[in-house]
Design a protein. Structure first.
Length: 216
């Protein structure tokens, strides 16, 4: 049985968007999923994304899901579909600046940190609040915040994972009510990877980022 087809149809039924995480995968491996209809692909490194972009079909929607350095925004600004890993106002300002140069609006998710790991990037809840209430944020014209991205702790503890996804869902809902009321574009809650996507979907995720499970 084809793992990709199973997962894709399961998620489609639930109205959850699937981003196939293609980091470290070859052009041939990506093409195999593309030929089965997959169009959203995610990469976590700008260099790898830049290498692959010209070699693959133009109707792929590319997502950046890894930490983004401000000096690299310019390389992806003309064509990136969604930057999921925005974790500072400085970065958002640079995305806005580059988007303006390209005469486009770049969709972004704010990455929120809830996991119990020191290594994960993202905004704390307090930093998220600060960003969204700042006058600098209000002045940005060429970015559009479409939702929240987050990760759970990498653990076997299913209760902890569930709790963290529930927390992200609560932050998403609260954020929408307080800062994006009536804004239809703030609608994406990106959470869940190969090991925990079922739990994420149960807690309200509507976009999952799955790599190893699809390509194994
Ligand atoms: C690698 C990665 C994923 C996918 O991980 P898998 O375990 O391969 O499904 C999802 N999100 C981010 C941010 C990643 O870096």
């Amino acid at each position: 049985m084809n793992e990709f087809a199973d997962i894709a149809s399961e998620l489609k039924q639930k109205g959850v968007r699937l981003v196939a995480v293609s980091k470290t995968r070859t052009i041939e491996e990506i093409t195999l999923l593309y030929d089965q209809g997959q169009r959203d692909f995610g990469e976590n490194r700008v260099q790898e994304l830049r290498d692959k972009y010209p070699l693959l079909p133009g109707d792929i929607r590319w997502h950046l899901i890894g930490h983004l350095q401000t000096n690299k925004v310019k390389y992806i600004a003309p064509w990136i579909h969604l930057i999921q890993s925005v974790d500072s106002l400085i970065l958002l300002q640079e995305i806005d600046r580059q988007a303006q140069k390209c005469k486009r609006i770049i969709p972004c998710l704010l990455q929120v940190y809830v996991a119990q790991e020191q290594t994960k990037f993202g905004l704390t809840e307090a930093e998220l609040n600060e960003l969204l209430t700042s006058p600098e944020f209000a002045s940005l014209k060429n970015i559009r915040i479409e939702g929240i991205m987050g990760m759970a702790t990498n653990t076997e503890d299913a209760m902890l994972i569930k709790k963290e996804f529930a927390r992200l869902q609560a932050i998403f809902t609260d954020c929408r009510a307080r800062f994006f009321a009536g804004a239809d574009h703030f609608a994406t809650l990106s959470m869940g990877m190969s090991s925990d996507y079922k739990s994420a979907v149960q807690q309200g995720s509507n976009m999952v980022r799955i790599g190893s499970l699809l390509f194994s």
